[in-house]
Design a protein around this ligand. Structure first.
Ligand code: SIN
Ligand code: FE2
Length: 217
């Protein structure tokens, strides 16, 4: 399998792309932490396996999810919410790894948000064909904190819309190691992910992992 040059860490550039007020793509920002991120991810997934949650409407989500941190995002027939327990095990979610916390704080700071201390971390796994429809992140208590979203593995097209569902979306290609931060005036912007294209990533194989950090409680 030939790997895309764009995915070779030593060849990838780091730069910042503004998406709007308080919203940026930090290209390659996670690459220096790649090994530590992946081993922390393994620990989290071993303790709280990826699973397909059910929407309040009764549909199984195509994205497989798990969480770490004090609060985890869950969906079931009763609705969406943050919960301190993993419903699969009845136990607390695994601890939020230090490497996630450090990277999130540095990314937030690079985007102008100092002192970001997330308490919730959602891990999303996309396989080819999987998508995430447009939504707002609005189950969090305080919209003063930004969202920090780390992309690993296969590239995806991230839709970054406006404050209304019908607003036109920017289409942003996200690759391995890219980090998106949105907060401030952009905190409630609609966003989603187009169906993942078929592919094989040299490090993560046939999938994309997204790690989203939030201050929820
Ligand atoms: C999300 O909105 O929770 C995930 C976004 C992404 O996968 O890039
Ligand atoms: Fe989201």
């Amino acid at each position: 399998m030939t790997s895309d040059l764009f995915d070779a860490p030593e060849l990838r550039q780091r730069w910042t792309e503004p998406l709007g007020p308080g919203a940026f793509v930090l290209r390659g920002f996670a690459l220096d932490d790649e090994a530590a991120l992946l081993s922390a991810l393994d620990v989290v997934i071993a303790a709280a396996p990826l699973r397909h949650m059910v929407t309040p409407g009764g549909f199984e989500m195509s994205v497989a999810m798990t969480n770490c941190g004090r609060l985890g995002w869950v969906s079931d027939r009763r609705g969406y919410r943050y919960d301190e327990q993993d419903p699969l095990s009845g136990l607390a979610w695994p601890a939020l790894p230090g490497v996630f916390l450090g990277l999130a704080a540095r990314a937030a700071s690079a985007a102008g948000f100092e002192g970001f201390q997330p308490d919730a971390c959602l891990v999303n796994q996309y396989q080819p064909g999987t998508r995430l429809s447009l939504h707002q992140d609005r189950n969090e208590r305080d919209y003063g904190a930004p969202i920090v979203s780390i992309s690993l593995g296969l590239p995806a097209v991230f839709l970054f819309g406006g404050d209304e569902r019908a607003d036109k979306s920017l289409r942003v290609q996200l690759g391995h190691g890219d980090v998106v931060v949105w907060g401030g005036a952009s905190r409630l912007r609609y966003h989603g992910v187009l169906p993942l294209k078929e592919g094989e990533h040299p490090v993560l194989g046939r999938r994309r992992i997204n790690i989203t950090l939030r201050l929820a409680g």
